[in-house]
Design a binder for this molecule. Structure first.
Ligand code: GDP
Length: 443
């Protein structure tokens, strides 16, 4: 688990709050002080910590809890929200749009770059993309063999030549080679021989010039703590198409410092490295990350409850509108099917209205647990864009999704069919009656 120590310390602070009888100003201040201490110990910049905890304290003292939540729960939610904001708020997933998409990775020696390139290749392969790796490290001949050894068991090809001395030439040739092979993604691993930012950025510029990557990914060692700020800032200023992988967040005492420092520069963190194995790479999502960080033991249940409360609220306002307009996407469908499986709200509500006359076809809104699991697997192999705009999923995407999820094209089609059926159904409903009903049931 990433940042275990920080997670435990934050969890202890929140547990103190959860266990206490009454919540008064003294308690809030004590909890805030505990959070401060935990963050500073994880090497988070002191000025940033003070700013963050000031906001938490102010909100905890001034805001009223929303309906259905207690004061304690509300404070936990505030901590969760502010920490999420602190780490960048929204997830910024890696987008693979063009074929081939060319990615260039750069990083200081020993940052975990080679390992991260292998992890990223495997991550994309699991999502159905064919990936080619180019090793343009002319500095360390061992790098080529290291990369090959890491990805060969998965049938991922590495282009390189340990004898070649010209990194730019190698990068260019490698990209041409994989273009000829028709892969979906080409990852070019640069030399990484530099010990400081200036040399690193110079190298990035030279190779970028030659291969025109869609995105440059900087690999930063999470064990350097808040020092990561300068590296990330110099990189962000040098390229508008940069994103970041922070490595070694498993077991590092300073990982919290590194993550928050990078987030503070505004450079998007897209992945984190959480171990030495090839599968130890996670897409970075501040919300999920913080809820897991805080979500230990008894806090987890509380966070879940709050999340559900929030979801219910979100569904009321936004989703109904979307459903009424027939505008909902695959993610909405999944959430609805999942909810339906638990309690069947929409179906029950629709059927409870006398005279409304909607009897929903069972197969349109109800799917079994097994099928829902298969849907999840298929959807995990889709890109954000596909989930939000299912209409772009054409045959070649269906093939890619099936390959990535280890399912069949028929199963992917079935999911899309279900989606289209639901969409049509909602679109054809009487809008006036539906909104009247929604008001009546406070839906
Ligand atoms: P490079 O010089 O930047 O290419 O670094 P390497 O990829 O060779 O990694 C340097 C060391 O860090 C290796 O021993 C890796 O196994 C280790 N490493 C890389 N990423 C992680 C990570 O996320 N967690 C842990 N614990 N070790 C990592």
């Amino acid at each position: 688990m990433a940042l275990e120590k920080l997670g435990k310390a934050l969890n202890n602070a929140l547990r103190k709050l959860a266990r206490s009888g009454t919540v008064d100003e003294a308690l809030i201040k004590e909890v805030v002080r505990d959070i401060q201490r935990a963050l500073i110990q994880a090497d988070v910049n002191v000025r940033m910590v003070l700013q963050l905890t000031k906001t938490i304290e102010k909100r905890a003292l001034e805001e009223k809890p929303p309906a259905g939540a207690s004061k304690k729960e509300h404070i936990i939610q505030i901590v969760y929200e502010e920490l999420t904001k602190f780490l960048g708020k929204e997830a910024k997933p890696l987008e693979i749009k063009d074929k081939p998409t060319v990615l260039l990775t750069v990083g200081i020696q020993g940052s975990g770059k080679t390992t991260s390139v292998a992890k990223l290749a495997r991550h994309l392969q699991k999502r159905g993309y064919r990936v080619g790796l180019v090793c343009s490290d002319t500095w360390r001949p061992g790098a080529y063999y290291q990369l090959k050894q890491l990805v060969e068991p998965f049938g991922i090809e590495v282009f390189g030549d340990p004898e070649e001395k010209d990194a730019v030439k190698l990068a260019r040739e490698g990209v041409e080679y994989f273009k000829g092979k028709g892969v979906d993604v080409i990852i070019v691993d640069s030399a990484g021989r530099h010990k400081e930012e200036t040399g690193l950025i110079e190298e990035m510029k030279q190779i970028s010039e030659a291969i025109k990557p869609h995105e440059v990914i900087l690999v930063i060692d999470g064990t350097i703590g808040q020092q990561a700020y300068n590296q990330a800032l110099a990189f962000k200023e040098a390229t508008p198409i940069g994103s970041i992988i922070v490595t070694k967040l498993d077991g590092s005492a300073k990982g919290g410092g590194a993550l928050s420092a990078v987030a503070a520069t505004g450079a998007p963190i897209k992945f984190i490295g959480v171990g030495e194995r090839i599968d130890d790479l996670e897409p970075f999502d501040p919300k999920r990350f913080v809820s897991r960080l805080l979500g230990m033991g008894d806090i987890e249940g509380l966070l879940q409850k709050l999340e559900e409360l929030q979801k219910a609220q979100e569904f009321k306002e936004e989703d109904l509108e979307k459903f009424l307009k027939g505008k909902f996407n695959l993610k909405d469908m999944y959430a609805q099917l999942e909810a339906m499986q638990k309690m069947g709200p929409l179906k029950q509500i629709l059927q409870m209205i006398p005279g409304l006359g909607y009897s929903l076809p069972d197969d349109a809104v109800k799917v079994g647990e097994e099928k829902l699991k298969r849907y999840r697997i298929i959807m995990d192999s889709m890109t954000e864009e596909e989930l939000e705009h299912p209409e772009i999923i054409n045959y070649s995407r269906i093939k890619r999704i099936a390959r990535g999820s280890g399912t069949s094209t028929q199963e992917v089609r079935e999911l899309l069919h279900q989606y289209n059926q639901m969409r049509k159904m909602f679109k054809s409903m009487d809008k006036r009656k539906l909104s009247k009903m929604a008001r009546k049931f406070n839906f």
